[in-house]
Design a protein around this ligand. Structure first.
Ligand code: PEP
Ligand code: MG
Length: 565
């Protein structure tokens, strides 16, 4: 038995075989080959396989009633029959002695550029399809399709690192746990792992290719992985895994119980989700609402810029599925570590300080309006909160609201039904926290994004493993900004929640309640343990007077609905 240490992200035990996951590496050789026929055969085989994959996706989407997305895959399959645009140019390049990979990249990129320069909007949008097909062709040519990436049996996945876009594409039914050499505790991949409750270890520097296929136990409690464990370890940790299951069962007793402290202070316990697939987890864990629906995962899960209809369908499904619970949908927070090919964003030296979230939305109003229209239409099907991320200035909030209002008027003129909704912003930059009084005048609620607030306040890149020793999630500057934001919000009758990872930190629950937080939004699996913490808390022991909550009788500031109505 060998033991290797790492940093745990999620407690828990995973027992099974290891599958080494290799991030696709597209270093394409420029060398000429002598066997042109063999390259053409490889190309043909890849083309047929990708076409089969697209047809299978079409069938799956149709079966699940998503005609819109099914149409995309049907079109993709047809494009791979297009001799003039894609196939012949590839063959011509291979006839010069280039590899199939080289030909695919050159010919598909060329076709994508031609599409992107066309007048007609429909054809311009096909550029993203061609890029997507290029990636699928390269996946197959490099042997990196899902089957070879993840295998076919449930396994502990071991990887160098995983981008959020790769993580969302993993087949969850095949994932027992996750181990990476790199990664940081606050990255979106770590957040996804927490929300899925996968036992996860990052910064395990000793991972090796020869672990592939070996039997192992990932022990989140002791932050290590045992390769080929002895029988004693297997027995001990199997028993611990069974205990975990029993504890989870016991927590279920808290379902339906109010989230209220011993001295009667109520708090809303909401869930963080990434899309309709999480509806069940919200219900199963008895969350009282959704405090953060990271809508960018709808974009990350999509092969092309999702249409208004596709977005409307996703938001409506969540609102309807969780009604009458409140669902706060954050507008697209793409950028930084969440990159998407079809967005064609420039590479930046400092992406976390770069073109992301509302900065993209306010620069690309058509893109933004598609989402806002979908949100407004979905508002008729539940209790919606619309939240804008990465705010630093008052004008950004005013501009977001102005565009939202423009969409509302357009939709009303079209006869669309629009329901009630609240408007809020993320407080995740020191600029926003320090200007909270001014910002509060404009919105119904704040939600503290403590992941980014910590990153920007402490100047600690949340993606960097090297900076972990400097990262202090309880840094007094961050805690002071949280407290002052709650107080500023309440001065203006704006309710304040926390949706960053700190919201689930049991050592801070009493502190947050004492400061008057109105809502905590955490990954679904943390709801019941957190409810246990809240119910064990007693704020009467603090000498200081608890801050006042929002006055329930006061009218919202020109918007619809109230959390405390
Ligand atoms: C945050 O920054 O705390 C947050 C909730 O948003 P995200 O983690 O998606 O950046
Ligand atoms: Mg954030």
């Amino acid at each position: 038995m060998q033991t290797f240490k790492g940093t745990k992200i999620v407690n828990g035990i995973a027992i099974g075989r290891i599958k080494i996951y290799k991030t696709p590496d597209y270093v394409i050789s420029e060398e000429l080959v002598s066997d042109i026929g063999a390259e053409i055969e490889r190309f043909e085989a890849a083309r047929v396989k990708v076409q089969e994959q697209q047809n299978a996706l079409y069938e799956k989407e149709m079966k699940e009633g998503r005609k819109d997305t099914a149409g995309i895959f049907e079109a993709h399959a047809m494009m791979l029959d297009d001799e003039d645009t894609l196939i012949d140019p590839c063959k011509e390049i291979m006839a010069e002695g280039h590899t199939a990979e080289y030909a695919v990249r050159a010919a598909f990129d060329n076709a994508a550029t031609e599409f992107s320069e066309m007048e007609d909007e429909y054809f311009r949008a096909r550029s993203a399809d061609v890029i997507d097909l290029k990636n699928s062709m390269l996946d197959v040519l490099f042997g990196n399709d899902t089957e070879s990436l993840q295998g076919t049996e449930p396994a502990i996945l071991v990887a160098e690192d995983l981008a959020p876009s790769e993580t969302v594409k993993l087949d969850k039914s095949l994932l027992l746990g996750l181990v990476t050499r790199l990664g940081s505790s606050n990255s979106h991949t770590a957040i996804l792992a927490r929300s899925m409750n996968w036992p996860t270890l990052i910064q395990c520097h000793d991972i090796a290719d020869d672990w592939d296929g070996k039997f192992a136990i990932l022990d989140g409690y002791n932050s290590c992985i045992y390769i080929e464990p002895d029988q004693k370890t297997i027995d001990e940790l199997s028993a611990k895994q069974a205990e975990d299951k029993a504890r989870e069962e016991k927590l279920k007793e808290l379902k339906g119980q109010p989230s209220v402290t011993k001295d009667g202070r109520k708090v809303k316990l909401y869930a963080n989700i990434g899309g309709p697939k999480d509806i069940q987890a919200v219900i199963e864990n008895d969350a009282e609402g959704v405090g953060l629906f990271r809508s960018e995962f709808v974009y990350l899960n999509s092969k092309e810029d999702p249409s208004e209809e596709a977005q409307f369908a996703a938001y409506k499904q969540v609102l309807e599925g969780l009604s009458p619970r409140m669902v706060i949908i954050r507008t697209c927070d793409i950028g930084a570590d969440k990159t998407i090919d079809y967005m064609q964003l420039d590479k930046e030296d400092n992406p976390a300080l770069g073109f992301r979230a509302v900065r993209i939305c306010l620069t690309r109003p058509d893109f933004f309006k598609r989402q806002l229209r979908a949100l407004l239409r979905a508002s008729a099907f539940g209790n919606l909160g619309i939240m804008f991320p990465m705010i630093i200035s008052l004008w950004e909030v005013k501009k977001c609201k102005e565009i939202l209002e423009e969409c509302r008027k357009e939709l009303e003129a079209e006869g669309a039904k629009i329901g009630k909704y609240e408007i809020g912003i993320m407080i995740e930059t020191p600029a926003a926290a320090l200007c909270a009084d001014e910002l509060a005048e404009e919105v119904d609620f704040f939600s503290l994004g403590t992941n980014d607030l910590t990153q920007y306040t402490c100047a600690i890149d949340r993606q960097s493993a090297n900076l972990e020793p400097f990262a202090n999630t309880h840094h007094p500057a961050v805690l002071r900004l949280i407290r002052e934001t709650i107080e500023a919000g309440h001065r203006h009758n704006t309710w304040v929640g926390i949706c960053g990872e700190l919201g689930a930190d049991p050592t801070l629950t009493e502190e947050f309640l004492k400061w008057g937080v109105d809502e905590l939004s955490v990954n679904p699996k943390s709801i019941l343990p957190l409810r246990g913490n809240v119910r064990n808390a007693d704020l009467s022991k603090f000498k200081t007077e608890s801050p006042k909550a929002v006055d329930p009788k006061k009218e919202p500031k020109g918007f619809f609905g109230r959390l405390f109505s």
